[in-house]
Design a protein. Structure first.
Length: 146
């Protein structure tokens, strides 16, 4: 099946809609985000409840998700002299960009598109790389600061 005439390839949309319509994915995301909870006890930046279960999945956000500096160890942020802002150590994303990556990462878990990575930092890094490969152009276009 060839793409519709005039449709530009969008790797991020294509990744998240695998086997689902854009309407369905939009509804699942709306539900996923509306059910988001703050979990200060969470040692990670975020986590997904009911991974792979679509509408039943929800995101939990830990303290590190909201951090703009390196005061919370789990952020993975360090000061960049070059950019004059905190950035993630592995990807040079700003806190805002990293929050967006985190949400996309957890949503990919909700849809069952990436392997589970709880307690496996190596797999989590690989999953981030998949999301960045597909959606990095969107993350890179976000303003660095509010």
């Amino acid at each position: 099946m060839s793409p519709k005439k005039g449709r530009k390839k969008d790797p991020c949309k294509d990744f998240f809609t695998q086997g689902r319509s854009l309407e369905e994915v939009t509804k699942i995301f709306k539900n996923f985000w509306e059910r988001a909870t703050y979990a200060p006890e969470l040692g990670a930046i975020a986590g997904t409840r009911n991974s792979g279960q679509g509408m039943a999945a929800s995101i939990r956000l830990g303290n590190a998700f909201f951090a703009d500096d390196d005061k919370t160890e789990e952020t993975g942020l360090s000061w960049s002299q070059e950019y004059n802002i905190y950035v993630t150590t592995l990807t040079n994303l700003t806190p805002r960009q990293n929050r967006a990556l985190t949400i996309l990462h957890e949503f990919a878990h909700a849809l069952g598109l990436i392997p589970k990575d709880r307690d496996d930092p190596g797999q989590s890094t690989k999953n981030d790389a998949i999301i960045y490969e597909k959606c990095g152009y969107i993350l890179d276009s976000l303003p660095w600061r509010d």
